[in-house]
Design a protein. Structure first.
Length: 95
């Protein structure tokens, strides 16, 4: 992931005042089968995940035995394809 993109998205989130959770390495959490992954998806509200390709993110959660919710309950924003501004706008929709 481009460091500039990650830094810009994180700065937007910090400045927004909305609640969010930041994890250092989603791949490592998946490899360790970290229960926090399932907890992230266990709430009633839709979830937005900023990472890489949606299919890879779904696999990471699957690998960690964290059931991925239906598409209307989770949105994966790809930092490899979207600009920080696009990601920021989509993260702050309906917040």
């Amino acid at each position: 992931m481009p460091a500039a993109t990650k830094d810009a998205v994180l700065a937007q989130l910090c400045d927004s005042g909305v609640s969010f959770e930041s994890v250092p390495d989603l791949c490592e959490m998946s490899a360790r089968r970290d229960p926090a992954l399932a907890e992230m998806l266990s709430g009633e509200a839709p979830v937005k995940i900023v990472a890489c390709y949606p299919r890879a993110v779904k696999w990471l959660f699957h690998q960690a035995d964290a059931p991925f919710p239906p598409e209307d309950q989770v949105e994966v924003l790809n930092m490899r394809e979207l600009t920080p501004e696009e990601i920021g706008a989509r993260l702050l929709e309906n917040s």
